[in-house]
Each structure stands twice: as structure tokens, then as C-alpha cells.
Design a protein around this ligand. Structure first.
Ligand code: NAI
Ligand code: ENO
Length: 364
């Protein structure tokens, strides 16, 4: 007996799910694309067993349907699916970054023999499209599910079992609460990153030195400003009410800083940094998969040819598996900083000891 999985929207998230599920015992993954160009990309990337432009064909006899399209298209996809002959017991789920709107919409078109369970894998990247998909994207990440109370436990468990292939940790959250929390920890940071980059972009139009001098710190905190505009337009509009409240609070935070500076309140500035430092140090360890790495160390490296090869060889000889290596900052007159990423904490610790032993300055 085969389990048919239909994935609508095989981009970063849909493609990563496809890679997690394809080839698993008894599973067939069918991808749906809304345009011939997208179909070609999915087939070329080889993430699905079969691909089609026909919604009907993709959905026919599917045991699970994953909607991995932009949030703004979820309602339309649900409405179209609702008109198709779906297999009794079929579970329809989505991966959208907001959950309240899709939950309301699914409730309005629910059918007794088909179950909708909202979902949101809390992993991703600023990249998009099937080319960026990875089977390891969800490993160790949280994966939120937001079933309505009338979804039978049997259906929830079936989905949870299937998602075990992603190696994510499933958490059950109320959809409205999800949007409030994710609004603060994901959507607000995206707005702030974009606003900051655009502020500097405007200054830069009268003086190119801004771009030239913008280095590590600016890049680090603005990575997510490079995220897909259509995906983020939809997320922010869908979570509009929550975002408006959060932005009011954000304005208060910023006004607080304005006041501290106006008053030349050094103690207050220190307190603000101490509070942030304390809370940040209590954040859970990074839990994401490969795209943002699990365990990173940073080392000062003199900027001379051969250094990358030397470090990689030292690690390789001791069978320490490196998942990524990146020069973050490199100038002729100062040491560069290299980021080494490991999938296992133990490997990171061994690399740290080894490199310290070889005389490198290592930071965690
Ligand atoms: N980017 C991220 O890091 C994360 C995104 N999500 C959610 O996952 C969903 C998919 O996002 P990504 O995979 O990042 O985006 P993506 O742009 O990589 O993929 C979107 C896919 O939907 C397809 N699509 C189908 N109908 C479409 C239409 N009418 N208009 C535009 N595209 C259409 C596109 O061809 C593409 O394959 C979104 O709902 C997003 O909120 C969830 C977690 C993380
Ligand atoms: O790139 C990052 O760090 C992200 O924040 C990725 C991301 C984007 C959207 C989501 O709904 C969840 C995760």
C-alpha cells in the first residue's frame, strides 16, 4: 500500500518537505506547479517522484496534501481543493507563516471526510525557490501544528508520524497565539531588518562610504532583509493587526532610546544592554538544520593563502565533520574571521580544542 503525498508549491519549503519524504518506504511524492517554468525547475531538481500542472491529478487519491504556496494564495488553493474529489480521510495541511487566517478559512469550507491541520515549520532562510531546498532544513527545528478542536486525534497523529521524517520537533499551538508570538520573533525582525537596510540605503545614495564600510555586524543583523518580497508581503498583510500592535510597542522601545540619549542617561543605556544580553543568553540553542548551521565557532585567521586548506586538513585528519566554512571578514592589515559550522555539538567542541591547541584564537 502506498501513501501518496501531494505538494502544492514546490519552492524552498515545499521542495525541502519533498526531499524529506521522497524515497521513504511506501511513499510517493507528487508535486504540483502552477506554471510550466516551475514544473521544469521541480523536475530538473529531482525533488519529487512525479510533477503535474493539474490540481486534480495531484490531489487525486492523495493521503496528505501540503499547501506550500505564499500565504496570500492559501484561501484560493483551499477553495479549489474543496471542489475536487479528495480521498476520504485525506489530511490537508499548509506551511504558511501565519495561522489564524488559514484556520478561519479552512473552518468555513471544512468537509466531514477531509481534515485540515494548519502547520508552520519554524525553519527556513532568506533564500527561496526549489533550488534552495534541503532535506536537512527542518532537522532539530520546531514544527508548529495548529489543529482545530474538531480534528480527530487519529488524524493529528497520522500527520505527526509523517512529519517525523523531517526530524523536526512538533509543537501544538493555538493559531491566534501562534500569530502573536511569531509576529514578535519572526515577522517584526524582518520589518526591522528591511527598515534598517533601507535607511542606510537612502544615506548611501548621497555617500557611497555607507555601503563600503558596512561590514560584519550590519550584514549579520540584516540577512533576513534579503527574503522573498512576495512571500513577506503576504505574511505581513495576513498578520496585519498583530503587526500594527507590535510596531506600536517597537516605537515605544525606540522612543525609550531617544529619551536615554536626550537625557545622556548612561546608566539607562547600560541597563538596556544588560537586559537584552541576559534574555538573549537564555535563548534556546540554535536548533535549525543546514541552511543556518547548528553549532558555529569563529576563529581569527591571518589573511594568507592556504589557511583554509590547512584548517580543513587538520579537521579532516581527525575525522571532525565540518558542515560549512565561511570567511566573514577579511582585510590585509587585520586578521580575518572564519566561521566553521558543525552539525554536532561534540564535533564543534573537538574542533575548538584542536584549533586552540594549534594556536588559533577561537570564539563560540
Ligand atoms: N521562507 C521561509 O523561510 C519560510 C516560509 N514559510 C512559508 O512557506 C510558504 C512557501 O514559502 P517558500 O517556500 O519560502 O517560498 P518559495 O517562493 O520558495 O515557494 C513558493 C512556491 O509556491 C509556488 N506558487 C504556487 N502558486 C503560486 C502563486 N499563485 N503565486 C506565487 N507562487 C506560487 C511557487 O512557484 C513556488 O514554488 C509560504 O507560505 C511561507 O510563508 C514557512 C517557513 C519558513
Ligand atoms: O532565515 C531565517 O532566519 C528565518 O527567519 C526563516 C523563516 C522565515 C519565515 C518563517 O515563517 C520561518 C522561518
Amino acid at each position: 500500500m502506498t501513501t501518496k503525498i501531494a505538494i502544492f508549491g514546490v519552492g524552498l519549503i515545499g521542495g525541502s518537505l519533498a526531499l524529506c519524504l521522497k524515497g521513504k518506504p511506501g511513499i510517493t511524492v507528487v508535486g504540483h506547479a502552477h506554471r510550466p517554468e516551475s514544473l521544469k525547475r521541480i523536475v530538473e531538481r529531482g525533488v519529487v517522484d512525479a510533477a503535474t500542472l493539474s490540481m486534480e491529478e495531484a490531489a487525486a487519491d492523495a493521503d496528505f496534501i501540503f499547501l506550500c504556496v505564499p500565504v496570500g494564495n492559501l484561501e484560493e488553493y483551499l477553495a479549489k481543493l474543496n471542489r475536487l474529489p479528495l480521498k476520504p480521510g485525506c489530511i490537508v495541511t499548509d506551511v504558511g507563516s501565519t495561522k489564524a487566517a488559514v484556520a478561519a478559512c479552512a473552518a468555513a469550507i471544512s468537509r466531514p471526510d477531509v481534515f485540515f491541520i494548519g502547520g508552520h515549520p519554524m525553519a527556513g532562510s532568506e533564500r527561496s525557490g526549489v533550488e534552495a531546498a534541503s532535506s536537512l532544513l527542518f532537522e532539530n527545528a520546531y514544527y508548529v501544528l495548529t489543529p482545530s478542536p474538531d480534528v480527530p486525534e487519529e488524524a493529528y497523529i497520522r500527520l505527526e508520524r509523517l512529519l517525523a521524517y523531517t526530524k523536526a520537533q512538533i509543537v501544538r499551538v493555538d493559531p491566534v497565539l501562534h500569530d502573536e508570538i511569531v509576529g514578535a520573533i519572526s515577522h517584526l525582525p524582518h520589518i526591522i531588518a528591511v527598515a534598517l537596510v533601507n535607511q542606510v540605503c537612502d544615506y548611501n545614495s548621497s555617500n557611497e562610504l555607507y555601503r563600503m564600510l558596512a561590514a560584519g555586524g550590519f550584514r549579520d543583523i540584516t540577512r533576513i532583509a534579503s527574503s522573498e518580497p512576495v512571500i513577506w508581503r503576504d505574511i505581513l498583510l495576513s498578520n496585519r493587526k498583530v503587526m500594527l500592535d507590535l510596531l506600536k510597542d517597537w516605537n515605544l522601545e525606540i522612543e525609550g532610546f531617544v529619551k536615554l540619549l536626550e537625557d545622556e542617561n548612561g546608566v539607562g543605556i547600560e541597563e538596556a544592554f544588560q537586559k537584552a544580553n541576559r534574555f538573549r543568553s537564555e535563548l534556546p540553542e540554535r536548533r535549525k538544520g543546514t541552511i543556518t548551521s547548528l553549532f558555529d565557532i569563529y576563529i581569527d585567521v591571518p589573511d594568507h593563502p592556504g589557511i583554509i586548506g590547512q584548517i580543513a586538513t587538520e579537521l579532516g585528519t581527525r575525522h571532525i565533520n565540518l558542515s560549512n566554512m565561511q570567511i566573514i571578514e577579511s582585510r590585509e592589515d587585520v586578521p580575518g574571521v572564519m566561521r566553521l559550522s558543525f552539525r554536532q555539538e561534540g564535533e564543534m567542541e573537538r574542533a575548538k580544542e584542536l584549533l586552540q591547541g594549534l594556536g588559533y584564537t577561537v570564539y563560540v
